[in-house]
Design a protein around this ligand. Structure first.
Ligand code: 1CP
Length: 347
């Protein structure tokens, strides 16, 4: 347990919808391939080895904060790590996405999933968090994270990334009892995992439901929302919670029925309209298109101003991209964006 006093509390205040002196900003995938220092480390160690070596995971986490001047760090890890502990056989194939060699196929596979304790099996994540908090010395708060049950299930069932989620939705529709059991097992594991991250020093939590936008609102309401409500209420009070998804325009008013403090939205919706749908009792995070960082400075400024104008200086807006920084993004544009948000939003 690390109890260093956090110096820059703007991000945490914002998550609690308290007034801040400027709009806090951090970026999903702020540590990654777009940085030459990251590519240098990755030329020597594999991605999983990087995640499992607390010194290195901590180094890339802290470097992103120092390089960009963002208001929060996010621990370098991956949402898929718990699936390895569940025996699904995670690997990252060169140039391709993740592969799970033993995907879930049927009810028996769901029943056989081990009831592991993330505190032990994923101890390397907690060690990386402790080390990172020490390194940061309270400079900015650290975000802990996990995948949401639907997004995790999609990898566990498809055996990797997917376009149409055929196997995932087939199991959901055809084996509702197995689906329900899988969701409940993932919720139970994720509550323990995120609690362990908070105990290790994380000051906030983000739950990534990157692919939940593949569902219709009625299927989300029926097959996923009750589990998200259990997950988030199981964590409530431990640390502020951000619930993020993409392509969620039709789901936002349902996602708002969870106890999340803040919803993360992508760029496919105007921020002011999204906030109306969510309700102003919650905060909002987003929502610049990551591709805008491939544009010139003028365009970046124009689009950043639009988002800040739409947020209208209300407490509870965390500036972020609508999804992660892409590997080919120019580093100088990422730095420029952070400076710009700070400068334009200063009160
Ligand atoms: O070096 C490399 O090539 C690895 C690329 C990479 C990185 C940098 C992967 C593989 N994961 C990560 C780190 C990561 N993943 C972080 C670090 C913290 C930070 O943001 O700086 C986080 C929060 C994640 C979370 C994650 N992993 C998500 C949710 C966010 C999102 O992008 O939607 C998902 C879907 C994953 C799965 C995953 N891991 C890696 C890849 C390439 C993918 C996506 C594959 C796919 O499209 O299905």
């Amino acid at each position: 347990m690390v109890s260093t006093q956090i110096k820059n509390t703007e991000f945490i205040k914002c998550l609690k919808k308290q007034p801040t002196s400027y709009t806090p900003v951090w970026l999903m995938r702020q540590a990654g391939r777009y940085q030459s220092e990251y590519r240098e480390i990755r030329s020597k160690v594999g991605f999983l080895e990087l995640c499992k070596t607390p010194e290195l995971a901590s180094e890339v986490t802290v470097r992103a904060v120092e390089q960009l001047g963002v208001d929060a760090a996010i621990i370098f890890a991956d949402i898929l790590l718990p699936l390895e502990s569940m025996g699904l056989g995670l690997r990252f194939a060169q140039g391709d996405g993740p592969v799970l060699d033993n995907p879930i196929v049927n009810v028996a596979d769901v029943e056989a999933l081990p009831d592991f304790d993330p505190k032990d099996d994923l101890a390397y994540v907690m060690l990386a968090i402790e080390k990172t908090c020490k390194e940061l010395d309270g400079k900015v708060p650290l975000i802990g994270f996990a995948g949401a049950p639907f997004t995790l299930a999609s990898y566990a069932i498809e055996g990797g990334g997917s376009r149409n989620y055929e196997k995932t939705k087939s199991l959901m529709y055809r084996e509702p009892a197995a689906w329900d059991l899988l969701m409940r097992k993932l919720v139970k594991m994720t509550i323990k995992y995120l609690q362990a991250q908070v105990d290790a020093g994380a000051s906030a939590i983000q739950i990534f439901d990157s692919w939940v936008g593949a569902l219709s609102p009625r299927d989300y309401a029926h097959y996923v929302l009750p589990h998200m409500q259990d997950l988030i209420s199981g964590l409530k009070g431990r640390a502020p919670i951000i619930y993020f998804g993409t392509m969620t325009n039709g789901l936002l008013s349902l996602m708002a029925k969870t106890d999340a403090d803040v919803l993360g939205v992508d760029w496919r919706i105007d921020l002011d309209y999204a906030w109306d749908l969510i309700g102003h009792d919650k905060g909002i995070q987003g929502n610049l298109d990551p591709l805008v960082l491939f544009a010139g400075k003028e365009e970046i400024e124009k689009q950043t101003r639009v988002i800040l104008d739409q947020a209208a200086g209300r407490p509870g807006h965390v500036f972020n991209l609508g999804h992660g920084v892409l590997p080919a993004t120019p580093v100088e544009n990422v730095k420029y964006l952070v400076e710009l948000v700070h400068e334009l939003s200063k009160k």
